[in-house]
Design a binder for this molecule. Structure first.
Ligand code: AMP
Length: 196
């Protein structure tokens, strides 16, 4: 039973690491960004709404995002643990997640903070823009996403640090190195991969 959050600026490598950790720890990786993009691609009402915010580098409103996550966490596969990638991003989302877990009698085990300096994250995002053509990876929108992260999401690190939950990991280096750093730091806290 492992309940983790992955927090870090756009371009820190959250999505990549979330998938790898999900495999190693045997819990589903839940990315709100991926769920929104799936909805955009299949043209749902939620997708149309989400796209109008995502394309500007703004956050999708808390009410919408919180409803989505509550539903997703109530699914059977999340009952024994999860790794949330890109949620919570606002203090209101933290409150919603707290209430949800409290009602279930559960708590977070750790919050993994992935750090990376801004020059590195911007160059990674611009490379991703060339490789994948994500509509929110243009230079102006990237800059705005970094500002929104600094204003609304970075302060959440202090909230979780005050609870003793934050594990800070240097996100620079190869994907494998970063994964090993995270797995090692989690193991030190008694959070280990399941025995195969
Ligand atoms: P990501 O793939 O995590 O970079 O998310 C892409 C975009 O989806 C973000 O820039 C937001 O517009 C939206 N998004 C993802 N997660 C959240 C969230 N927790 N709260 C609000 N908006 C979100």
């Amino acid at each position: 039973m492992t309940r983790l959050l992955l927090i870090g600026p756009p371009g820190a490598g959250k999505g990549t690491q979330a998938l790898r950790l999900s495999e190693r720890l045997g819990v589903p990786a839940i990315s709100t960004g991926d769920i929104f993009r799936e909805n955009v691609n299949s043209g749902t009402e939620l997708g149309v709404l989400a796209k109008s915010f995502m394309d500007r580098g703004e956050y999708v409103p808390d009410e919408v995002t919180n409803d989505l996550v509550r539903d997703r966490l109530a699914a059977a596969d999340a009952g024994t643990g999860f790794l949330l990638d890109g949620y919570p991003r606002t203090t209101e989302q933290v409150r919603t997640l707290d209430r949800f877990l409290e009602r279930q009698g559960h708590a977070l085990d750790a919050v993994v903070q992935l750090t990376a300096d801004q020059d590195e994250t911007v160059s990674r995002l611009l490379k991703r823009a060339r490789d994948q053509g994500r509509s929110d990876d243009t230079e102006d929108v990237i800059r705005h996403r970094l500002e929104v992260y600094a204003a609304q999401t970075a302060p959440l690190i202090d909230v979780y640090a005050a609870r003793g939950l934050v594990i800070s990991i240097d996100g620079l280096g190869s994907m494998d190195d970063v994964t090993e750093r995270i797995v090692g730091a989690l193991a030190e806290r008694g959070i280990s991969q399941p025995v195969a």
